[in-house]
Design a protein around this ligand. Structure first.
Ligand SMILES: [Zn+2]
Length: 321
């Protein structure tokens, strides 16, 4: 029983440490981890990035203290599969394949990163761990200490990294982005191996919390879309917002929603934007609905009715602002 309490207590302490300002890995070892992204298009910067990856392999395989890990994750028929190939100087490649039903790809990728770090740190002489992944945004979640649903995974990885960085002052970890479309040879190998793995679950399976949440959010957003299309509940005044390519911004329930991220940070702005979207704002077009005998032209003097459309797209009084 004592062992049980010791275990719970030590995991609580490590979890607590990873989120206490001043004690966190990102505070104490801020120079020990780095990210190398690539540009999206196949321009010169992208070619240079791929060239750097090639150099990385040559360097990693010739230096005994470097460990190179190539990972990839995919989801097919609700089965998340993640894979890693770990290259350590003069040692056979360590291959790991992980699969789970009804979980998010983020969790599968974090599991594989965690496993790879554990593998690498088992060797005492490793000074540098290099992780090459298509999921660099997932790797960034490890060091993102704002609230998210993968914090327990992040905390356990950080805890492992804390011991690794503490062990030797030269110990570092690097995360390199390698997009699947780059067809970079080592990544292509893991990608191909992962896709060749076909699993058909034989029994009904449980769903993870975040998977269930995403499923429920998708259902809600689909219901909204159907209601908006099939009924007039949306109202004729509802303002469809468009993106930079003139496409209507779709409704989203998660990831701070598609619109809220632009104005949700400031209450008064959020209220004004919401009133503009539903056309329930103190402008003359709105007043006209209740007081048709009053003056309702725009104060710029150029438009007979101060409409929302005029204010947003034409009026010189407002568009300067
Ligand atoms: Zn005007």
């Amino acid at each position: 029983m004592n062992n049980y309490f010791n275990e719970v207590f030590s995991s609580f302490v490590s979890f607590h440490l990873e989120f206490s300002p001043g004690h966190r890995v990102i505070d104490i070892f801020s120079s020990c981890f780095s990210f190398y992204l690539s540009s999206k298009c196949k321009d010169n910067n992208f070619k240079a990035h791929i060239q750097q990856l090639d150099n990385l392999v040559i360097e990693s395989l010739s230096i005994f203290s470097h460990t190179l890990v190539i990972t990839d994750t995919s989801i097919k028929n609700n089965i998340a599969t993640s894979i890693s190939h770990t290259y350590i100087h003069n040692k056979p490649i360590i291959k790991a394949l992980y699969h789970a039903v009804n979980i998010m790809s983020t969790k599968a990728e974090l599991f594989t990163i965690r496993y790879s770090i554990n593998q690498a740190t088992n060797f005492n002489d490793v000074l540098k761990i290099i992780i090459v992944t298509n999921f660099i945004h997932t790797a960034k979640k490890i060091f993102n200490l704002t609230s998210h649903s993968f914090q327990s995974y992040a905390a356990s990885i950080l805890n492992k990294l804390r011991s690794f960085f503490f062990h030797h002052q030269e110990n570092v970890i690097e995360f390199w982005k390698c997009p699947s479309y780059s067809n970079w040879p080592l990544h292509k190998v893991v990608d191909k191996e992962m896709k060749s793995f076909n699993l058909i679950p034989l029994f009904s399976c449980k769903s993870s919390w975040d998977f269930s949440k995403k499923k429920e959010c998708d259902n809600i957003a689909n219901r909204w879309r159907m209601i908006f299309q099939a009924s007039d509940l949306k109202g004729k005044h509802f303002l469809d917002l468009i993106d930079s390519n003139d496409n209507i911004i779709e409704l989203l329930y998660i990831k701070d929603s598609s619109w809220l991220k632009f104005f949700g940070h400031f209450n008064s702005l959020c209220i004004r934007a919401s009133r503009a979207i539903i056309n329930h704002a103190l402008i003359n077009e709105y007043r006209l609905r209740f007081f048709p005998k009053e003056e309702f032209s725009c104060s710029c003097g150029l438009y007979p009715i101060e409409t929302r459309c005029h204010i947003l797209y034409e009026c010189r009084w407002f568009n300067e602002y």
